[in-house]
Design a binder for this molecule. Structure first.
Ligand code: PLP
Length: 385
């Protein structure tokens, strides 16, 4: 079925798209095809098009079909990590001499890839605040800007980009819009339906959902873009292996119920932190005072499981909160069933220190898990000291 015309509900697509029960055994889950190569029926006689597992593997194919369906795209591609997915997009769609616009509070690894790997190779970039359409317009160099790269919500400041407005801007100037949908997950937001051209994910996060696998994804609607991404996926080779593809696909099936609980718990925590004098500022798109609240309400189903806050006592207190938390595990990453706490300035975003993308030193980021909400609130109360 043409994926974005599959009108069944999100949960149905997450559970069934991409795979039919195995015709020989009836297995309801895609087998893990632990094979690098495939027997040919005579030279060139490929069964189902499978030739070599960098080019294609049935476990990965099942995941890729499901990813396309939940993102309302036409083709999905699964990678070894989110950054492998991002690198493939950059190299498939830009060349030396081109220019890209990136968020001025991009995930540190994305910034490192663009600034330390792509820039020396000849790709120029300009950071812009993704919530300011006029500033994004100003950053675009017509004829030279190939991609506008947006995260929404951003990591870690949870800034909201208006995907439809930025898409119109890009298309008027001949650029493509890439949306990193990692923080929202496909359950809360489908950027392709809002006009974006390319969606990327770190599936390590909400899609996998259990902090047990690293992976990435690209989803597109346009078949020419799909051709370019598919060619580079094979030519560059950063593919998801069959074991990782299986785990990621298993996670995707429960994304909807997990996200509902992530959002419930995040809202409870935001309510608790918002009234607390030990907290200088709570950053959550669900708050009416958040500058992106209206846009988020329009383009997201709910506001997500990520919460950032600034600690009234400054950096030393922010570090102490991270150290004292017990139910919240001190660690990088996000989107798993367990709650995580981190200090972006010293951890996930250390690579942007000293640049325009530096994050506040008193900032703490929470990935709110799906544990009992009261335990999470009590843990933060204790950790705030
Ligand atoms: N995009 C965002 C928003 C992320 O938070 C991350 C990782 O933290 C990535 C991309 C990179 O993904 P990975 O770590 O799977 O390479």
């Amino acid at each position: 079925m043409t994926q974005h015309r599959d009108k069944s509900g999100f949960e149905t697509r997450a559970i069934h798209a991409g795979y039919e029960p195995d015709p020989t055994t009836g297995a309801v889950n895609p087998p893990i095809f632990a094979t690098s190569t495939y027997k040919q029926d005579g030279v060139g006689g490929l069964r189902g098009g499978y030739e070599y597992s960098r080019s294609g593997n049935p476990t990965r194919t099942a995941l890729e079909g499901a990813l396309a369906a939940v993102e309302e795209g036409e083709r999905g591609f699964a990678f070894a990590s989110g950054l492998a997915a991002e690198d493939t997009v950059l190299r498939a769609l830009t060349k030396p001499g081109d220019h890209v616009v990136i968020p001025d509070d991009a995930y540190g690894g994305t910034f490192r890839l663009v600034d330390k790997v792509a820039k020396p190779w000849g790709l120029d970039h300009t950071p812009a605040p993704v919530d300011d359409v006029a500033a994004v317009a100003e950053a675009i160099q017509p004829g030279r800007t190939r991609l506008v790269w947006v995260e929404t919500p951003t990591n870690p400041l949870l800034t909201i980009a208006d995907v439809s407005a930025v898409a119109s801007l890009c298309h008027a100037s001949g650029a493509l819009l890439v949306v990193d949908n990692t923080f929202a997950s496909p359950y809360l937001q489908q950027p392709l339906a809002l006009g974006a051209d390319i969606v990327v994910h770190s599936t390590t996060k909400y899609v996998g959902g259990h902090s047990d696998v690293v992976g990435g994804a690209v989803v597109v609607r346009d078949l020419e873009l799909a051709e370019a991404i598919g060619f580079h996926q094979n030519a560059m080779g950063g593919v998801a292996g069959p074991f990782d593809a299986f785990l990621t696909h298993r996670g995707l099936k429960t994304l909807a119920v997990r996200m509902e609980r992530h959002c419930d718990n995040a809202e409870r925590i935001v309510e608790f932190l918002s009234g607390d004098p030990r907290v200088a500022e709570v950053i959550y798109p669900g708050l009416a005072a958040h500058p992106g609240h209206q846009v988020a309400t329009r383009q997201m189903r709910r506001y997500g499981g990520m919460v950032s806050f600034r600690v009234a006592g400054g950096e030393s207190q922010a570090l102490a909160v991270c150290d004292r938390a017990q139910v919240f595990t001190l660690g990088e990453s996000l989107g798993g069933v367990e709650s995580l706490i981190e200090h972006p300035g010293r951890m996930t975003h250390a690579s942007v220190a000293g640049t325009d993308l530096e994050v506040p030193a008193d900032l703490v980021r929470l990935s709110v898990g799906i544990e009992t909400a009261e335990d999470l609130v009590a843990d933060l109360d204790r950790a705030l000291g």
